[in-house]
Design a protein around this ligand. Structure first.
Ligand SMILES: [Zn+2]
Ligand SMILES: [Zn+2]
Length: 352
C-alpha cells in the first residue's frame, strides 16, 4: 500500500510503500475513498501546539510517533476483515470514527472514547487515511453513510462532529436563544449549518476577516461582527437582547476566548473548540460572580457520530464547499491550507 507520511515534522510528506495490512481478529481493512485534510493536520505535521508565552506543546511528547500517516476524516470501502469482525461486509462504504480510545477505562466504558487517556486516534496515534488503505481495529468504529458521497461524509468525522459536540454542550440554549459563533472559517460555516438543522434560533458570527463575515452572512448568520472592533462585545450583546447564554469559540486564541467570556451574560457558557493557541488573564472573581462556564470540547463521542450522521442524512449535508484532490497532492493541500489558499474543504481521493 502507498501512504504519504510525516517523516519529519514541518518537512514535505514522504511517499511510503509498505505491504498492505492483513486484518486479524476484529480488524477491518478499508480502501480509502475520501480523506479530509483538516486544519489540525497542520498541527500534527508541525508537531506542536502553541501554549502562549513562547511555550509549545510537543506532540511527540504526547504519544505521536513518526513516520505518521495523517488523515482522520475517512470514508472507505470494506475490502477485507478479520474472522471476528461482524456487522460489515465486503463492498460496504463506511465512515471511520477516528477518536478511538482503549475501550477498557471508565471514560471509554461510559462512551467517551474521544477523551480516553490512552488514545489511539486514526491519523494521530495509528495510521490514518492519507493512504490507499486504512486499517480500523473494530467494526464498531464504522458508520453507515447512506447515499452521502464519500467526500461529503468524510469531514463529518472531525469538523462535523467537533461542531456538533460543541453545540450539544450548550444544552437547550441554541433552541431558545441566538448563540455566538466565533470564527467563520470551515468550522464556523459547518456550525451554522448544523445549528439550523438542530432547530436552533441562529447565530451572531464573529470573525476578523471581512470576506469570512460575508460568507457567514450568506450562510444565514443573524448578524456578523468584526472581532477586532473596539466595541465588539457591545455589538454582540446588542444583537442578543436576552443576553449571550451560549457561545462557541472555534478559533481558541487568547483574544477570542477573552471576547467569548466578556460577552457572556451571568450564567452563560462558552465552549472552546479551536486550538489556535495563546493564553488569557481572567479576574478569578468573575468566575463565581458571573456564574461563568467555560468548557472545552474535543471532537465528539461515538454516540454523537451516529446522531450527526442520522441528522445529516435526514436533513441534507451541510453546505460546505468540498474540493476533491488526488491523494498524491496531500502535501500540496497541506501547504495551501497553511497559506490560507485552500477554497473549501480539501478531500483526498484515490489517484486516477
Ligand atoms: Zn479508554
Ligand atoms: Zn480534524
Amino acid at each position: 500500500m502507498k501512504s504519504y507520511d510525516v517523516a519529519e515534522c514541518g518537512c514535505p510528506l514522504k511517499l511510503f510503500e509498505r505491504p498492505t495490512p492483513q486484518p486479524a481478529g476484529t480488524e477491518v481493512l478499508l480502501r480509502v475513498l475520501a480523506a479530509g485534510v483538516c486544519h489540525s493536520d497542520l498541527h500534527f505535521w508541525e508537531g506542536s501546539y502553541d501554549l502562549g508565552g513562547g511555550k509549545k506543546l510537543k506532540l511527540t511528547d504526547r504519544g505521536m510517533k513518526l513516520p505518521l500517516t495523517m488523515g482522520h476524516e475517512n470514508v472507505g470501502e470494506v475490502v477485507a476483515m478479520g474472522p471476528e469482525a461482524k456487522g460489515v461486509k465486503i463492498g460496504d462504504r463506511r465512515l471511520a470514527y477516528p477518536w478511538i480510545g482503549c475501550g477498557q477505562c471508565m471514560v471509554c466504558r461510559r462512551g467517551e472514547e474521544n477523551l480516553c487517556l490512552k488514545a489511539s486516534f486514526l491519523g494521530v496515534h495509528r495510521p490514518g487515511g492519507y493512504a490507499d488503505h486504512l486499517l480500523v481495529p473494530h467494526p464498531r468504529y464504522l458508520y453507515e453513510i447512506g447515499d452521502l458521497a464519500p467526500e461529503v461524509a468524510a469531514p463529518l468525522a472531525c469538523s462535523g462532529i467537533t461542531t456538533y459536540g460543541a453545540l450539544k454542550k450548550l444544552g437547550s440554549v441554541p433552541q431558545e436563544q441566538p448563540i455566538v459563533i466565533i470564527g467563520a472559517g470551515g468550522l464556523g460555516l459547518m456550525c451554522l449549518s448544523l445549528l439550523k438543522k438542530m432547530g436552533g434560533k441562529g447565530a451572531i458570527v464573529v470573525d476578523i476577516d471581512a470576506v469570512k463575515r460575508e460568507a457567514a452572512k450568506k450562510a444565514g448568520a443573524l448578524a456578523v461582527v468584526d472581532g477586532r472592533a473596539a466595541d465588539a462585545v457591545k455589538q454582540i450583546q446588542g444583537h442578543c437582547p436576552d443576553g449571550v447564554w451560549g457561545a462557541v469559540d472555534l478559533v481558541g486564541s487568547g483574544d477570542t476566548v477573552k471576547l467569548g467570556t466578556d460577552c457572556l451574560t451571568k450564567g452563560g457558557k462558552l465552549v472552546v473548540v479551536g486550538l489556535f493557541g495563546g493564553e488569557i488573564t481572567l479576574p478569578t472573581a468573575y468566575i463565581p460572580m458571573r456564574a461563568m462556564n467555560i468548557q472545552g470540547s474535543y471532537v465528539g463521542t461515538p454516540a454523537e457520530m451516529k446522531e450527526l450522521l442520522d441528522l445529516v442524512r435526514r436533513a441534507r449535508p451541510p453546505a460546505l464547499p468540498i474540493t476533491k484532490r488526488p491523494l498524491p497532492e496531500a502535501y500540496q493541500c497541506l501547504q495551501e491550507l497553511k497559506e490560507g489558499k485552500l477554497v473549501g474543504r480539501a478531500v483526498l481521493v484515490p489517484a486516477g
